[in-house]
Design a protein around this ligand. Structure first.
Ligand SMILES: Cc1cc2nc3c(=O)[nH]c(=O)nc-3n(C[C@H](O)[C@H](O)[C@H](O)COP(=O)(O)OP(=O)(O)OC[C@H]3O[C@@H](n4cnc5c(N)ncnc54)[C@H](O)[C@@H]3O)c2cc1C
Ligand code: SF4
Length: 495
């Protein structure tokens, strides 16, 4: 570290967000462009180089955080980019989208605000592109082995890049018309603009990875045929089978799943549609589900010009501080967090019936009611206690013209037939079963990412992609020098 007293003299400063009134009028990322670079060297200098870097352990990729903090504080962007890319194929994705369990594990966070690790990561990633430190890295020689990767989300992309760079001939099959998985048609552009995905795809094409879009394996091409044509197959199809809300009135028009709604808004941003057919414009919107998917619906509905937006969370409002008895440092604490979308909805007063951030906590939906045309018009809810028992006298009704269900996902979507055609063994919870080497019950077929782990995070998806690539490389060649940051049964210590 350039200044050993940096953590005492420099307060934490995050990448500032644009004013709410400005950013809700567009779909661009919420941060002030150009405002990170001038502050980031001093922020990196807050790293204490504490000797046992719990941050490094808390990151599923094992990112070498203290090393690149030091390099950034010394303005050595080339070396920082090298150290970052040594463990992370796509740091511009995690630097924007990761909930940063590393920061919860930062030693400074024991009694002070953590180092802005995620901001340092994204600064290095963006600077690496700007300065030409992220060129394509095609292999020196080809192995003559072929691999089909099914799915182009962060898992499939990381696996494909690692295997291509190891010399294998890799084709990625994607059922959507564009590449990127949930980063393309789930996560809104205001969290990550899509040109970041495009730039990595261009890098991967230049390295030799082939992509086939609009090709659903199991439907457009048989899974068994694919298996016979390639030396190995990696299933990275995600976990998008959504959970339902089985209450009276669910069948009314105007009640949709979050992942029916969000992709249409993404398609407007891509220029495919002028207006989303599910647009929230002028509507009273209620989002059922308190997680990040719900927050993405919130930010999207605000930008579409909803009359009001309320997000319901069945859990009680968490406290502002870590509970040291149940969630001691360095685990990831369940504390109250204000995402950019909550900040926007609160500042604009979009949900007069809810708390200041547009959320209603400890709220359970009992039923929907509609009009004569069977269009939803209201949602009836009740407050619940910690055991989810209704609290008497707390029933209330919210106006609702558009209801979005964001209740999580149970496992891979099986409608394409891929799982059944290969006769894959499944886990009781609905994910694809695999052994300690990421191999499924079908010889030569491997599974990684949300499809096998269950709905998770980008950082875990990239770690899974890197690890499955090492397993496939070993299967094809007998050994592998590719890094495997995690095992298939590792679970987050934190998130
Ligand atoms: C709305 C939303 C917001 C999120 N926000 C965040 C966030 O901010 N930060 C974070 O860390 N995580 C976030 N997540 C979670 C994160 O996006 C996922 O954990 C991650 O994308 C999983 O990567 P994956 O590659 O395993 O699967 P996916 O990203 O789901 O990609 C799977 C791909 O496989 C394709 N596919 C499926 N079946 C077939 C088939 N038969 N043939 C060909 N292709 C097929 C799909 O079309 C898709 O493109 C969010 C999730 C959602 C739903
Ligand atoms: S990937 Fe996530 S956990 Fe790892 S260093 Fe980046 S922000 Fe932290």
């Amino acid at each position: 570290m350039a200044d050993p007293k940096g953590f005492m003299t420099t307060p934490r400063q995050d990448w500032p967000r644009r004013p709410v009134e400005e950013r809700v009028r567009d779909w661009d990322e919420v941060y002030v462009p150009g405002a990170l670079l001038p502050i980031i060297n001093k922020q990196a200098d807050r790293c204490m180089d504490c000797g046992i870097p719990f941050c490094h352990d808390a990151c599923p990729l094992g990112n070498l955080i203290p090393e690149w903090n030091d390099l950034v504080s010394r303005d050595d962007w080339r070396a920082a980019a090298d150290r970052l890319h040594a463990t992370n194929n796509f740091p511009e994705f995690t630097g924007r989208l990761c909930p940063a369990p590393c920061e919860a594990g930062c030693v400074l966070a024991i009694n002070q605000p953590a180092v802005t690790i995620k901001n340092v990561e994204v600064a290095i990633a963006d600077r690496a592109w700007e300065l030409g430190f992220a060129p394509p890295r095609p292999p020196d020689r080809l192995s003559g082995r072929t691999v089909a990767v099914i799915g182009s989300g962060p898992t499939g992309l990381a696996a494909a890049q690692q295997l291509t760079r190891a010399g294998h001939t890799v084709a990625v099959f994607e059922k959507d018309d564009r590449l990127g998985g949930l980063m393309r048609y789930g996560i809104p552009a205001f969290k990550m603009e899509k040109h970041h995905v495009e730039r990595r795809i261009a890098q991967m094409r230049a390295e030799g990875t082939k992509f086939r879009t609009s090709t659903a394996v199991g439907r457009d091409i048989g899974a068994a045929e694919l298996r016979s044509r390639y030396d190995a197959v990696v299933i990275a199809t995600g976990a998008t089978a959504w959970r339902e809300l089985d209450v009276p009135g669910r069948e009314l028009a105007g009640i949709h799943q979050a992942m029916e709604y969000l992709p249409l808004a993404n398609r407007v941003c891509e220029g495919d549609l002028d207006v989303s057919p599910m647009s929230a414009t002028g509507k009273h919107v209620v989002i059922v589900g308190g997680g990040d998917t719900g927050a993405d619906c919130l930010g999207t509905a605000v930008r579409e010009g909803a009359a009001s937006v309320t997000q319901l969370d069945i859990y009680a409002q968490p406290g502002a501080e870590r509970d040291e008895d149940t969630e001691p440092w360095p685990t990831y604490p369940k504390i109250y967090r204000l995402s950019a979308a909550h900040e926007e909805a609160g500042a604009l007063g979009t949900a007069p019936a809810a708390d200041a951030d547009a959320r209603l906590f400890a709220a359970s939906t009992l039923r929907f009611a509609g009009d004569a045309d069977r269009q939803v018009k209201s949602l009836h809810l009740v407050e619940v206690d910690a055991e989810r028992r209704p609290v008497s006298g707390t029933g209330r009704t919210l106006p609702a013209d558009l209801v979005l269900l964001a209740l999580g996902f149970s496992g891979p979507d099986r409608t394409d037939g891929l799982v059944d055609q290969l006769g894959l063994a499944m886990e009781p919870r609905g994910t694809i079963a695999r052994d300690a080497g990421f191999a499924t019950s079908a010889p030569g077929v491997f599974a990684a990412g949300d499809a096998a782990r269950g709905q998770s995070l980008i950082v875990w998806a990239i770690a899974e992609g890197r690890a499955v690539a090492a397993a496939v490389d070993r299967h094809l060649t007998g050994s592998s020098r590719l890094p495997a940051p995690i095992g298939p049964h590792d679970r987050p210590m934190t998130v």
